[in-house]
Design a protein around this ligand. Sequence first.
Ligand code: NAD
Length: 292
Amino acid sequence: MKIGFIGVGNMGWPMAANLVAGGFGVTAFDARPEQAARWAKETGRESTTDLAALGRSVDVVITMLPSGREVRDVLTRMDNGALVANLRKGAIVVDMSTADPVGTRELGKELAERGITLIDAPVSGGIRGARDASLAIMIGGDPAITAPIRPVLEKMGKRLFDVGVLGCGHAMKALNNFVAATNFAAATEAMRVGTAFGLDPAVMIDVINVSSGRNNSTEGIIKNEVLTGRFAFGFTLGLLVKDVSIAASLGEQIGVDNPYGRLTRERYTEARDTLGANADHSSAVQAWEKRR
Ligand code: NAD
């Protein structure tokens, strides 16, 4: 099975490298050709700037791009849609980015008309999970169709979940990140209120972490990044705003009331506009502290 891997950034680089280590033939493409070339040099594989040639030579395309917009661009718009135009019928595209599930379904329909199958398989576990191939992977698509791709995914992740039809992987991922983002916002709000009342924020976190309020943010991000003032978890505010916006608008689009989703989107958007899209998401507290 020959694989074209598109987007060798923070996550895509180690994921594609794990496919090479697992014995797959991988060719990398990135909007930054020098990045793809560096990846190829390090792994001993190839990179390309020719989407038509890539399309002709692979059975599977994996995308690991910032959002669904770039996925659609590289598949159907760049070089006049050369990639999709040159993929053979029966080819499979696996989008592992965190993308909008509604857009994913639309793209899936368009690709199906050309005989190409789209699967969504976003991941959780961060850069560390990408490096040590321990990602959780949420697969959207009919299991009969996704089955041949599982051996590929197993080289990048440890826990694979069939979560439903096309788009369900992307919906699952955005909703997970909404829960994580809301936990962080709630815990840091509790710390602001508690500190103003005379509590020690470090003691508060110790108490929460052995009590019912504990979660991934209190156990990891707040202790390691916020209380230390490091603010260097490695996931940007720009990406988190994208994720919580996907979750909030999903509720809106399908008519399910989601007030926490809307508030979470509003507060993280405000933090991103204050601190910049490249700021670490844990630094959002610095923007929220200024609120009265
Ligand atoms: P990144 O910005 O480091 O990497 C994205 C790569 O895509 C870059 O190399 C960029 O040059 C390339 N690119 C952008 N537009 C392109 C285009 N049109 N065509 C080809 N290449 C293009 O981002 P990342 O941190 O690797 O995240 C990738 C995806 O994974 C995002 O959807 C993100 O939300 C998700 N994700 C990230 C993490 C994390 O901890 N960083 C964890 C889970 C999921």
